[in-house]
Ligand binder design. Structure first.
Ligand code: CP
Length: 436
C-alpha cells in the first residue's frame, strides 16, 4: 500500500487506506467472519475465505448452471433469478477474462451490469476519493466487482461497506477481481474448478469413472481421483503472481499436496517469504527449484508433476533496474516446449491464468492442441464458477439445486432405457476435457 510521502501532506485517498491498515494486518482467520453474513460469503477478498466444502458446493452449482445453460428452459430459469439486481464492474486495471466472464456470469443470472474502467472518465479526475466513488457505486448498485493496482483497496472497501452497514447506511458486497500483486481469489476459484473437473476423471456421458482413468492407472498406479495427494508445479514469475498466491493458498486446503515452485533464483521473481511461511504453517510439502530439470524424488521435476501452472513474467511491475537485473537470467528455463510436454505425465493438465506473453513465449501456440492444454477451457470455466459465486452471494444457489433436480428427473425419465446415465445418476458434471 502507498505510504504518504514525508515531502508532502498525505492525500485523503492515502489517509483512507491507512485508516484500515490495522484491520488489514490481522490474520485471515480473524478477518474472515467479518466478510460473511448468516454463514454465507458477503464479500470475497482473499482465497483463504474458502474451505474445501465451500469449493465443492461452488463446483456443484457451477456444473448445474453449465448444464442448465444448454437449453432454453434452463436459460429462462437462470436469467429470472437475479434480474432485480445491478452490478458495478469497477476495473481500473486492464482485464479481458475477469471483466468479461464476470459480465457474462451476471448476464446468465439476469443481473444488469455497468462499468467504470477508465478513471479519467469518472469524477476521480475532479479530486473525488476512491472511497467516495465506491460509496456512490453502492448507492446505485447491489454489488461491486473491482480490480485495482492497489493491493488492499478491495479489502478496505469491504470494511467501508461494513462500517456503513453498522451505522444503518446502505452497504453492498465487494468482490476482489484482482488487487495489485496480492490476491486474485476468483481466478483461484476457476483454477480449482478446472482441476476438480480434470481430476474427477469422469466419463463425459455419465457420472461414472471414465475407462480412461482405469487405463491411466495401469501406468500410474498411485493416481487417485480428486485434488489430494498430488504434485502441483508453478512456473515463472512466482514472486509477483497474484494468481499463484491465491491458488497456492487454496491448494493448501487439500491433504497430501506438494507444491513445486520453478522460478529464477531472484528475490523479485522467486517465492516470497510471507507465502512460504503461510504454506509451511499449513504443513504443505514445499519445493523450490530453478528449472524443470532440477530433481525431485529422484526424477526431473517435469516428469513428477500432476498439474503444471505456467505464468508470464509480469513486466508491468518492474521497478527501476529490474530489466537490467533480469537480463542476466536464463529465461529459456521458464518456457514450455513440446519436448518438455512430451515428458509430462499423460494426464497432467497445463494451466495458465492468461494472458500469455507472445514476446516472452512461456507457452508457445504449438502446445495448444495437446489434450493436456487446459488454459482456454480454464478461462471458460471462469464464467461458470463466477456465476456460481454470484448465486451463492445472493442466496439463490438452493433454487438452482431444486430446479436442476426437477429438470433432471424429467431428463432421467426421458432417457430411461437409452443407456445414458444410471439409476440415481445425474447428467454428466465433468469430463476429462473439462468443457461443454
Ligand atoms: N487471468 C486474468 O485475470 O485475466 P485478465 O487480466 O484478462 O482478467
Amino acid at each position: 500500500m502507498a505510504e504518504p510521502s514525508p515531502d508532502r501532506a498525505a492525500t485523503q485517498d492515502e489517509l483512507d487506506l491507512l485508516h484500515y491498515q490495522p484491520r488489514i494486518e490481522r490474520p485471515v482467520k480473524m478477518k474472515s467472519p467479518e466478510l460473511e453474513r448468516n454463514e454465507r460469503l458477503r464479500h470475497v477478498i482473499f482465497s483463504g475465505q474458502f474451505s474445501v466444502d465451500m469449493l465443492e458446493d461452488l463446483a456443484r452449482t457451477a456444473d448445474r448452471i453449465r448444464i442448465l445453460s444448454k437449453n432454453r428452459s434452463g436459460q429462462d430459469f437462470l436469467i429470472r433469478l437475479l434480474h432485480h439486481k445491478r452490478a458495478m464492474l469497477y476495473f481500473t486495471q486492464p482485464s479481458t477474462r475477469t471483466f468479461l466472464s464476470f459480465m457474462a456470469a451476471c448476464q446468465i443470472l439476469g443481473i444488469t451490469c455497468n462499468e467504470v474502467r477508465d478513471p479519467t472518465t469518472s469524477s476521480e479526475t475532479k479530486g473525488e476519493t476512491r472511497f467516495d466513488s465506491i460509496r456512490m457505486f453502492s448507492s446505485y448498485f447491489d454489488l461491486i466487482i473491482m480490480r485495482s493496482k492497489l493491493a488492499r483497496l478491495a479489502e478496505s472497501c469491504a470494511y467501508l461497506m461494513n462500517d456503513l452497514e453498522a451505522t444503518g447506511n446502505r452497504s453492498v458486497p465487494i468482490i476482489n477481481a484482482g488487487s495489485g500483486a496480492d490476491e486474485h481469489p476468483t481466478q483461484a476459484l476457476l483454477d480449482i474448478y478446472t482441476l476438480q473437473r480434470t481430476f474427477q476423471f469422469a466419463d463425459s456421458r455419465s457420472s461414472t469413472i471414465s475407462t480412461r482413468f482405469e487405463e491411466l492407472r495401469k501406468d500410474y498406479p498411485e493416481l487417485n481421483q480428486g485434488l489430494t495427494n498430488k504434485v502441483y508445479g508453478f512456473c515463472g514469475d512466482i514472486g509477483r503472481g497474484r494468481t499463484v498466491r491465491s491458488l497456492a493458498s487454496l491448494l493448501a486446503n487439500y491433504e497430501g499436496v506438494t507444491l513445486i515452485f520453478i522460478a529464477p533464483d531472484d528475490p523479485t521473481l522467486a517465492l516470497r517469504d510471507d507465502l512460504r511461511t503461510r504454506l509451511l504453517d499449513r504443513r504443505v510439502n514445499l519445493v523450490e527449484v530453478d528449472s524443470f530439470d532440477a530433481t525431485y524424488n529422484g526424477k526431473p521435476v517435469i516428469e513428477t508433476l500432476d498439474a503444471l501452472y505456467m505464468t508470464r513474467i509480469q513486466k508491468e511491475h518492474n521497478a527501476p533496474g529490474d530489466e537490467q537485473k533480469f537480463a542476466a537470467i536464463d529465461h529459456s528455463r521458464y518456457k514450455l516446449s513440446t519436448k518438455l510436454v512430451e515428458r509430462m505425465k499423460a494426464y497432467a493438465p497445463i494451466l495458465h491464468p492468461f494472458p500469455r506473453d507472445q514476446h516472452f513465449g512461456e507457452i508457445p501456440p504449438e502446445i495448444d492442441n495437446d489434450p493436456r492444454a487446459m488454459y482456454f477451457r480454464q478461462a471458460r470455466n471462469g464464467m461458470w464458477i463466477r456465476s456460481a459465486l454470484l448465486a451463492s452471494i445472493f442466496g439463490v444457489d438452493h433454487q438452482i439445486d431444486r430446479f436442476f433436480h426437477d429438470e433432471y428427473s424429467e431428463w432421467h425419465h426421458y432417457n430411461e432405457g437409452a443407456g445414458v446415465g444410471g439409476e440415481g445418476s445425474e447428467p454428466s458434471t465433468a469430463s476429462q476435457s473439462g468443457q461443454f
